[in-house]
Write a protein of this length. Sequence first.
Length: 304
Amino acid sequence: MRHLLGIKDISKNDIERIFEMASHFKDVINRPIKKVPSLRDITIANVFFENSTRTKLSFELAEKRLSADVVNFSASGSSVKKGETLLDTVNNILAMKVDMVVMRHSSVGAAHYLSKRVNARIVNAGDGTHEHPTQALLDSFSVNEKLGGVAGKKVVIVGDILHSRVALSNIFAFQKLGAEVMVCGPITLLPKYIESLGVKVELDVQKALEWCDVANVLRIQLERQQIKYFPSLREYSLYYGIDKARLERLDKEITIMHPGPINRGIELSSDVADSDHAIILDQVENGVAVRMAVLYLLAEGIKP
């Protein structure tokens, strides 16, 4: 494949190949010397039109661990503010002999649009409310590592499904790896035709937790909401927030995940986020290894 645009576009074999390479690179980043020369002479541009902390840092670290040359672009201080188009912006960057572009954009399909018009490898780091493929890969890799496999596991995605790009990519990734997937949240935050993706739907978070092996808890995407979808954050927390009391009512232990940033006290209480149930920091660590694997595999056709 020339690009990683979404989980929908790749196969189970592709995911397993990425996992295989990620396991190798996880060993690398835990060594005293954390760099390998795999992408020496490859130049990668991180082009972010939306704010990001974890994803941008994770990609940049992955690139540097692979010895790539890295260029960072932020729309906030660029000519985009003067009216320059996406295509002109990226073409100007590519004219400086960039081989790969890691891009986050607020518009759905931006990465697909770009992949058809530029001669460079494109990695989608999030396009609007559509997909976030590397997040889904690191999430499923983390479950695979924690539980010894994904097939047959029950995964519930809790929260703002309607506005989340993580949710859709997670659904595709976990289903391709053989897991059962459920979504849970207020009915106003569930897409109208979500069941057509083959997922279960549950409105009661306690029932969802009783069903699942893994709960991937999402942040409320207030910055993408143009209207009020629920009365207040306090009410959302009361009905859908996960705290220690909810987990203690279960007759089993479940694994808690979160793609970050966490709004503590809203979707997760601190005693859950910091508990042994949570693998949130493992997800962050695995993100670097998974992104190293993606970049390495996509660069195979362009390495000198």
